[in-house]
Design a protein around this ligand. Structure first.
Ligand SMILES: Nc1nc2c(c(=O)[nH]1)N=C([C@H](O)[C@H](O)COP(=O)(O)OP(=O)(O)OP(=O)(O)O)CN2
Ligand SMILES: [Zn+2]
Length: 149
């Protein structure tokens, strides 16, 4: 069985090497869809009976490990020295430094790697992260899928 939980967050970025608009500082309302696989929990009387995982628990883990760190942050490539220096000159600015360009593809992959460790099988139901879909805009998204590069 597959289940999916969607969360949204706002962040700034730029793709410093881009040959068009995206090299300018700008922001998105990102949308992340987290897909987990597992068996439906059959244990009689437990809070998650009938579920793969409580959607509230999926959300709580995504927020605490990823979304709260990226929400209202500026996602900057460590090689984008000018912007990095600028952001570091602002006191207490919420900046997330990445070792890759903050494209939808790279963000989806980073999110997958963070979340893969975060979801743990607590009912022996083989819970596993299968896919992270990251929408950069309503029309543009990237999928990080288990086993795909
Ligand atoms: N493969 C990728 N291509 C682009 C990425 C990316 O992450 N991966 N990112 C960008 C820009 O950051 C930009 O945010 C996307 O803008 P745009 O192509 O204009 O997307 P819209 O949905 O706003 O475009 P509409 O034409 O309004 O549908 C660029 N490329
Ligand atoms: Zn963008």
């Amino acid at each position: 069985m597959l289940i999916t939980r969607k969360l949204e967050f706002d962040a700034g970025h730029r793709i410093s090497t881009h040959n068009s608009q995206c090299r300018h500082l700008h922001g998105h309302r990102y949308c992340i869809e987290i897909t987990l696989s597992g068996n439906i929990i059959a244990d009689e009387g437990v809070a998650q009976q009938g579920m793969v995982m409580d959607f509230a628990a999926v959300k709580q883990i995504a927020k605490s490990t990823l979304v709260d760190h990226w929400d209202h942050a500026f996602l900057v490539y460590s090689g984008d020295k000018k912007v990095l220096q600028f952001l570091q000159s602002i006191e207490d600015h919420k900046t997330v430094v990445l070792d890759v360009q903050p494209t939808a593809e790279n963000l989806a992959l980073i999110a997958f790697n963070i979340l893969d460790d975060a979801y743990r099988d607590s009912y022996g139901n083989h819970l596993r992260l299968e896919q992270v879909r990251l929408f950069e805009t309503p029309n543009c998204w990237a999928d990080a899928v288990r086993g795909a590069r």
